[in-house]
Design a protein around this ligand. Sequence first.
Ligand code: C2O
Ligand code: CU
Length: 464
Amino acid sequence: MPTRRAFLGQTAAVLGLAASGRQVSAASHTPVNLTAREASVQLAPGGYPATSIWGYEGRAPGPAIRVLQGERVRRRLVNDLPEPTSVHWHGIRIDNAMDGVSGLTQEAVAPGQAFDYDFVAPDAGTYWYHAHNRSWVQVARGLHGPLIVDEAEPPEVDREETLVLDDWLLDPETALIDDSFDQPMRMSHGGRIGNLITTNGRFDLSIPVARHIRMRLRLINASNARIFPLQLAGLQGWTVALDGMPLAQPEPLEDVLFLAPAQRADLIVDVTTEAGETAHLVRIGDDDQPASQVAFPVTGSTAQTPRAAPMALPPNPGAGIRSLADARPLRLVMSGGAMGRMDSAFLGGERLGFRELAARGRFWAFNDIAEMTQAPLADLSLGEPVRLEIVNETVFPHAMHLHGMHFREIREGSPVGPMRDTLLVAAQETRTVGFIADNPGDWLFHCHMLSHAESGMMTWVRVT
Ligand code: C2O
Ligand code: CU
């Protein structure tokens, strides 16, 4: 099996050949199409019918988009869906005009129309792209895919796998996607939790490996609402990056890794189990029982070379916030949901009771407002440090995602947490993050349990 570096070397050689050819210049100006369309795929086990999905290039996950750090991503979104759509490039410190948020940074692209995305990927790491118009419907139907930005000097591994974790809510008889997206019970509780769990679109993903190889696993949680509690079995591993951003030091993964919706984790793992056995990426099920998320049957053994723990990935350019001196204090109070104490909130400038809000499909509020507001949560000056307190008054966890900038968690007054773009805030918990408002534009800040976002948990900040 070639190492990653050898593989990159091969690619460069191939590109080198092509560059001396003639067809290249024309091709480099036309973006590659990314067509959002309906397709039929076999998701459920054999014996069940195929499922009609919406996917990029008719696949879910969509094709992996891969560039070298600092390169441009160019894609022409072609909308072959029956409704408008747009693409958000989750976690990229992107030019605001390319952020893909329908109604905020661009108009949704109508059926039959196209839109050219063209942006630089400044940070190496594991990112993803997904629909950002009616996303609680469109992402659940399958509109998402990996976006991988390679380091100039990637770590030495024998193999690399991108693993897109997802769940699907299917009709158990027909295997069709359950289309009760606005079902109040789910919206007001944990969100849309699926009944078929997949990795890369397969419920039984199995990747044969040899003993002693070292792999890089790029985990992406693309589900609407499921938090994946993950563990390793027959693998020794380290977390080397979260939400794309390298950790200062690899952290041994001995306990459970909670991967909330939209979060990513890069792991480096060594296959330790014997040939003939099977190693697993384990998911702790709702019943607390371990289940196989991905199986790694061990079919042979490479020579055992003693290996040191992996080194840290090369750091990305923006180091994030280092000090809170002069940081602007902001506060976001999340309320609502089933069993919550929200008895009213503002909608369309009017204070409405919980039942009236529920009748309008609003179950949650940010700072007492049950919708995306005209005015931003904050008007920030470019370069301003921010200290944002997130108060979860609800009895559900929420995966809070900031567009356009990564933050660090503040603990005991210092911004010491890893750089992240999505933070899981547990029920009744208060967490504080800090970031530098160093990317101009209008940036969403919302819960990535997507039906929560739709039913009240969405706001934005403006950086000028
Ligand atoms: Cu992953 Cu507002 O997005
Ligand atoms: Cu939420």
